[in-house]
Design a protein around this ligand. Sequence first.
Ligand code: ATP
Ligand code: MG
Length: 417
Amino acid sequence: MSNIKEVIESIIRRPGVFIDETKLYPEYVPEVLPHREEQLKQLTKMFKHVIVSPGSSSGRVVLYGSLGTGKTATAISFGRVMCRIANERGIKLKYVHVNCASVKGALPVLREIKNQLGLSIPDRGLGLLEFVQALLKELDLNDLYAIVTLDEFDTVLTSFKAEDRYVLLRFYDVFHSEVLRLNFIYISRMKPHEIAKVLDEVSGGYVLRNTIVFNAYRARELYDILKYRAEEAFQPGVVGDEVFEYIANLIGVDTGGDGNARKALAILYAAGKLAEKEIEEGRATRVLVDHVRAVSVREDVSLVHVLDSLNYLNLHQLLLLKAIALELKSSGEDFVSIGTVESIYRKLCTEIGVEPRKHTQVYYYVSELANRGIIMVRKSLKGRRGRSSYVSFGAAPLDSLLNALNRAIALRRELGE
Ligand SMILES: Nc1ncnc2c1ncn2[C@@H]1O[C@H](COP(=O)(O)OP(=O)(O)OP(=O)(O)O)[C@@H](O)[C@H]1O
Ligand SMILES: [Mg+2]
């Protein structure tokens, strides 16, 4: 038997699989975005005035493309670099990113913009018009400019009142100002003709004048993305090119997949975690195509599906998912009863100091999550009495799922939901 010191030292000496696995987390925004140079160039052309003649006009552009095509990541890195360049030239520019799926109405969106800009305007008691007047005044007083991304804008298009939509789409036509300090990036998964359908002709034509398309990634592109992200996340030499190639072909839009980079990265991450475990047990030495095969057919399809959904679920739906995952984990069962899940959900709410939703609302959320295919519901279980319903995630790896949920919940809390 080896002594404790030897055990500890042997583990420390072992290089491990990851340098920094957080670099593969879905919300991490990398410094470089391979195959999005063209979109960055177009964005720069449309927002050039912010640097060259700030305040002369207000930029507006729609980014559209299917799931996981880099829209959010591109907007954030564009904003980041633009601010750096502006600040070097003495222009006070800030970048603001609002997830519209978790806010209802134009006023809450504008409040969120104000918060992220760090302006001091009281939230309570002001109507939309007064609030915007105060906002414009504060911007002038601080000589501040902003690039504002309204992410998950489909929520605004499909579920906001027409006048709220109008305010967010045609801000400076509704509120007049000498200096145009706010610029807008709208992110959508709808195609231009679908967007046009939900808007009236005037707003539709107006907003769709500038659009940038994010095509689903082809295998060749995913290969480069995976390789680059892996360089940041994994120890050198732990993942071979054949692994990137395999995942790229699985997901590439030209090779039968849906071209979703988030999915490709989640599979790479899950394969890395599986390999890590096997390496610790001495059963493998690096990440292999076999690991990818195992996670992509067996379990992680449901994980990826949940990851894809995290953006547009609200805080309470996320807490419910967490309650389900916790109960599945601690009970070791395939399905768990909704009653138990609900009581765990209440406990989670109390822990973070939010008011739990009422029973009927919880049931509504559960059926909504089931309709979206995120969870599975069964009315009764063999061998168990009673008429309770049971829920499950399928075979998703619960630890990765809980990590992702915790991060999403923390993010929502930061956004003040
Ligand atoms: N070109 C790229 N290079 C490196 N990583 C990328 C690239 N494109 C996307 N990613 C990564 O893939 C994941 C998904 O990208 P992102 O969140 O930007 O997609 P999206 O288009 O906003 O999707 P959704 O419509 O689902 O919100 C992120 O983790 C992102 O960092
Ligand atoms: Mg996005």
